[in-house]
Design a protein around this ligand. Structure first.
Ligand SMILES: *[C@@H]1O[C@H](CO)[C@@H](O)[C@H](O)[C@H]1NC(C)=O
Ligand SMILES: *[C@@H]1O[C@H](CO)[C@@H](O)[C@H](O)[C@H]1NC(C)=O
Ligand SMILES: *[C@@H]1O[C@H](CO)[C@@H](O)[C@H](O)[C@H]1NC(C)=O
Ligand SMILES: *[C@@H]1O[C@H](CO)[C@@H](O)[C@H](O)[C@H]1NC(C)=O
Ligand SMILES: *[C@@H]1O[C@H](CO)[C@@H](O)[C@H](O)[C@H]1NC(C)=O
Ligand SMILES: *[C@@H]1O[C@H](CO)[C@@H](O)[C@H](O)[C@H]1NC(C)=O
Ligand SMILES: *[C@@H]1O[C@H](CO)[C@@H](O)[C@H](O)[C@H]1NC(C)=O
Ligand SMILES: *[C@@H]1O[C@H](CO)[C@@H](O)[C@H](O)[C@H]1NC(C)=O
Ligand SMILES: *[C@@H]1O[C@H](CO)[C@@H](O)[C@H](O)[C@H]1NC(C)=O
Ligand SMILES: *[C@@H]1O[C@H](CO)[C@@H](O)[C@H](O)[C@H]1NC(C)=O
Ligand SMILES: *[C@@H]1O[C@H](CO)[C@@H](O)[C@H](O)[C@H]1NC(C)=O
Ligand SMILES: *[C@@H]1O[C@H](CO)[C@@H](O)[C@H](O)[C@H]1NC(C)=O
Length: 772
């Protein structure tokens, strides 16, 4: 049996840049800058990079190689355009992008979230400009493609080109944090390294007032456009050190500190106390890039942009290096014994720290348990169970103990959570609400390639003669995630026929298949990759009791939530009515959205489509013969089997052969007859809080403030409560004791929500002006 388990992964962090340089250390640690040679010695910027690389490589004591950002940028800009190759690459990419579910919605998305974009149309425009010779370097072409896909602000949609791989632009040692004096007034920006000094030396850090001569906040708004989150507060939060991610061993500091676009040769900060500091911007050169034979842009291209690494290349792919509070580094993959960094002693933690449990101490809080879930991708080195199984076991024990210890309240801290595998999201929900049937309907875009693919699978699975001709083809079809017989319709019933399932049905100027739900009793339905894992509530053994009342639960988010986290949050919000506190965001007194990441329900890697196209071709030949096989190979699906130019120009040092993916499934709201993807529906949190100096060092003060804000006499940021789409408002209740009247009346169920979230778009001109 061939399982396509990689189709399940719905997460931002899963395919993160494989090679990430060290970030830790003070700015001073890496000065003087690594400019080893005078520019005028070299005719070619790539020649200068190569000379610096050779010199640093020869120095046994330097572990990581950096060149000035300006030299790296000039080198990239000197790489000539590969006209024919780029035109071919764009044509191939367009075929795969047909699987992006949101193409038509992106064209006219609500203006206040981001600018609308016609992805396919813009790719055609890039292609024409390439043919007209409008680009000066191949770097500009590949960057234009990347920036275009990023402008969809959906982190499930991505493509990484080889030319963007050798250099990672970085502001060394410049990790930022955004903190409020009291947690309610607008926050200021600080250097995170200053905070560490504050703790050890009783030093008072001064906020950053300006960056490169511009208002610091506005400078960061501009940089935040590079973060592919659909919400502006989420994009802003993405620039700061994320302590919940650090707690589980990951840093990924965001495009201001690392991995952003070239932003000039230096960065200068002016602090509120009047002092200033200037750092040289650097480019990290990954360990897999050998500049020995690079002398100019052309040789850069022939060395790094003409195919994969030679087979004998040793796999040197260091994982991200996290920071800890005292700025010493540790390894990225935590050993099972490692406890969450910078967090209190947990009651339990899953091996890779994806799920952690705490009990609050102190009078007034000792009835409260905290479940921190920085990601939904638990991993384990154990051989007797998967990360999902371990999570299920540990959560059951934790909730049983909560009941025993009379913990009646639960905070679910989802800050930093960019997703994982959907079975873990559904499992956590089912343990919290064992009697609720998760809705979670989702939908593919209907187009020629998908039609052929779906029909082929249906045929392999249901044509009785196939099993006799080729049992492998039959198994491939009948056990496939994409086989309609393995899933259910919105009413939880089997589809009547392929036609009933596939449609196509027209919405918003595009065509889609019927909304589909998982059958959690059928492992072939695609909600889990493990045939031995039964979700709680769908297993032979008795289901444990519901551990908390919904009214005693609270979610904390920071906008980075997306993917599996978005699926989980939607179930908690819509089916269980659990309210949310948003933490951080822009320094504004306004509501904010808890889920700012992709709200799509499935990442479909290009590799997965290539593999399926090859399999379908193979089985078609066996089952239907040469004539049919020829037709298939020439079809919109057949051509996906051999994307030569994408293979050649893909980033090579990631886990993928072709480093790209689409969001294939729209997640849908129950009873929404317009079938608007949740991605395009505004859903405000119920309350907003800002981080403080105290909560920079430990999550406990924030957790306590959350308890106070929801159940005690604590406050939320002024103007952050009462948005018509907040679940407490939709329920017709206030979020807390302070909120006597919701500012807007209850607007009804999903229909009302959609109207207020979507149709009124285009109002917030100020916000729109900040968009890409
Ligand atoms: C070698 O690397 C070390 C550590 O980065 C540095 O201090 C030293 O100056 C380097 N030497 C040369 C000759 O570049
Ligand atoms: C001003 O603040 C910055 C940032 O916290 C700090 O590095 C610097 O030492 C301070 N200068 C003075 C004179 O206090
Ligand atoms: C910087 O910009 C922010 C956001 O526009 C604004 O609130 C703040 O007042 C500005 N600060 C200064 C010193 O101009
Ligand atoms: C930075 O500080 C130096 C002296 O420490 C001063 O000469 C310079 O003008 C300052 N630059 C800015 C932009 O404030
Ligand atoms: C550099 O070029 C020489 C001569 O063609 C070749 O032998 C060597 O393998 C090349 N090195 C790299 C790292 O490409
Ligand atoms: C810094 O962290 C490391 C690793 O967690 C630890 O071994 C060391 O004792 C810490 N140092 C200080 C000063 O806290
Ligand atoms: C509660 O107190 C215990 C014992 O002092 C401590 O280990 C733990 O970190 C505290 N937990 C929280 C959430 O503060
Ligand atoms: C796997 O091993 C752990 C540790 O020995 C044990 O606690 C757990 O119950 C085992 N899981 C299964 C599914 O057997
Ligand atoms: C559909 O497309 C037409 C023509 O491009 C356009 O006028 C119309 O507004 C679109 N409708 C929707 C719902 O996007
Ligand atoms: C999962 O459920 C199936 C069917 O109910 C059962 O046969 C199987 O033993 C269960 N697996 C586990 C690991 O509980
Ligand atoms: C079933 O498959 C056989 C063998 O390829 C083919 O001849 C036949 O037409 C198929 N039947 C249907 C109903 O598609
Ligand atoms: C975007 O528009 C929606 C609908 O009018 C509104 O509810 C929401 O508050 C706006 N969001 C922002 C960030 O202004």
């Amino acid at each position: 049996m061939r399982t396509l388990s990689f189709l399940l992964i719905a997460g931002a962090t899963v395919h993160a840049q494989a090679i990430v340089p060290k970030l830790v250390g003070s700015i001073e640690q890496r000065s003087p800058p690594p400019t080893l040679f005078k520019r005028q010695q070299f005719q070619e910027p790539c020649e200068e990079v190569a000379a610096s690389w050779v010199a640093q490589k020869a120095n046994a004591t330097s572990d990581q190689i950096y060149v000035p950002a300006q030299v790296a940028y000039d080198c990239l800009q000197s790489v000539p355009v590969d006209k024919d190759g780029d035109v071919k690459q764009i044509e191939e990419l367009k075929q795969f992008l047909q699987f992006q579910s949101t193409l038509s919605y992106l064209k006219d998305r609500p203006e206040n979230q981001t600018k609308p974009v016609d992805i396919i149309g813009e790719l055609d425009a890039i292609s024409s400009r390439v043919q007209q010779g409008a680009y000066t370097s191949d770097y500009e072409v590949q960057l234009a493609i990347k920036v275009l896909l990023d402008s969809a602000v959906d982190f499930h949609l991505r493509w990484s080109s080889d030319i963007l791989e050798p250099f990672v632009f970085q502001r060394y040692g410049v990790l930022l944090t955004s903190l409020s004096q009291d947690g309610l007034s607008p926050p200021s920006i600080y250097l995170a390294t200053d905070l560490a000094a504050m703790e050890s030396f009783n030093f008072t850090p001064s906020p950053i007032k300006s960056i490169n001569g511009k208002n610091a906040t506005e400078y960061l708004y501009n940089i935040s456009m590079q973060a592919n989150y659909h919400d502006a507060d989420a994009r802003y939060n993405r620039l700061f050190l994320n302590k919940p991610r650090v707690s589980s061993g990951s840093v990924e500091p965001g495009p201001f500190a690392q991995g952003g676009l070239f932003d000039g040769p230096t960065t200068s900060f002016v602090f509120a106390n009047g002092t200033n500091k200037t750092v040289e911007n650097l480019a990290f050169v990954g360990p897999n890039f050998d500049f020995t034979n690079v002398t100019d842009g052309e040789s850069f291209f022939s060395t790094f942009c003409q195919g994969g690494p030679p087979d004998d290349t040793e796999e040197a792919t260091p994982t991200p290096t996290p920071t800890s509070r005292n700025q010493t580094s540790s390894t990225a993959t935590p050993t099972p014994e490692a406890t969450p960094t910078g967090y209190p002693t947990p009651i339990f933690f899953q091996s890779s720290l994806a799920v952690q449990g705490y009990y609050l101490n102190d009078t007034g809080y000792d009835d409260t348990a905290v479940l921190a879930i920085p990601n939904f991708g638990p991993k384990t080195k154990a051989t007797n169970e998967t990360g999902a199984m371990e999570t299920q076991r540990l959560l059951r024990a934790f909730f049983a103990d909560c009941i025993k210890q009379k913990k009646t309240k639960l905070i679910i801290d989802l800050r930093g959570n960019g997703g994982g595998t959907i079975d873990v999201g559904f499992e956590v929900f089912k343990q919290l609400f064992p009697t609720v049937q998760p809705y979670g309907a989702s939908r593919y875009r209907a187009h020629d390639a998908f039609h052929i693919f779906s029909a082929a699978i249906a045929d392999f699975a249901s044509n009785t003669t196939v099993e006799g001709i080729d049992p492998d083809a039959y198994a491939y079809g009948s056990e496939n995630n994409f086989y309609f017989g393995n899933i259910m319709n919105v009413d939880g019933q089997p589809f009547k026929s392929f036609q009933d399932y596939y449609g196509p049905y027209t919405f918003h100027n595009d065509t889609f298949i019927s909304p589909r739900r998982y059958n959690f009793s059928n492992h072939a339905g695609g909600y889990t990759s493990s045939a031995s894992f039964n979700l709680t509530g769908y297993a032979p053994e008795p289901t444990p009791p519901q551990p908390f009342d919904a009214s005693n639960m609270l979610i904390i988010q920071d906008g980075l939530c997306g993917s599996t986290c978005a699926i989980f949050s939607e179930l908690m919000r819509e089916q269980a009515h659990v309210p949310t506190i948003f933490v951080g965001g822009r320094p504004m007194n306004s509501p904010a959205q808890g889920v700012g990441g992709s709200k799509g329900a499935q990442v479909l890697p290009i590799d997965a489509l290539v593999e399926n196209a090859e399999l379908v071709a193979q089985y078609t030949l066996a089952v239907d013969g040469a004539a049919m096989s020829k037709l298939l190979n020439e079809s919109a699906f057949g051509v996906l089997a051999n994307p030569e130019q994408l293979k050649k120009r893909s980033a090579h040092y990631t886990a993928e052969t072709i480093a790209g993916a689409m969001n294939a499934l729209d997640n849908l709201k129950q009873n929404d007859s317009t079938q608007t993807p949740l991605e395009f529906i505004y859903e405000a949190a119920d309350c907003r809080l800002f981080d403080t100096f105290e909560s920079f060092f430990s999550p406990v003060p924030l957790w306590k403030r959350a308890v106070d804000a929801r159940w005690g006499s604590g406050k939320c940021v002024e103007g952050s409560m009462g948005h018509s789409t907040a679940i407490s408002v939709m329920k017709g209740e206030g979020f807390n004791k302070q909120q006597v009247n919701a500012t807007e009346p209850f607007t009804g169920a999903a229909e009302g929500l959609r109207m207020s979230g979507l149709m009124a778009g285009g109002v917030a001109v100020v916000v729109a002006a900040l968009m890409l």
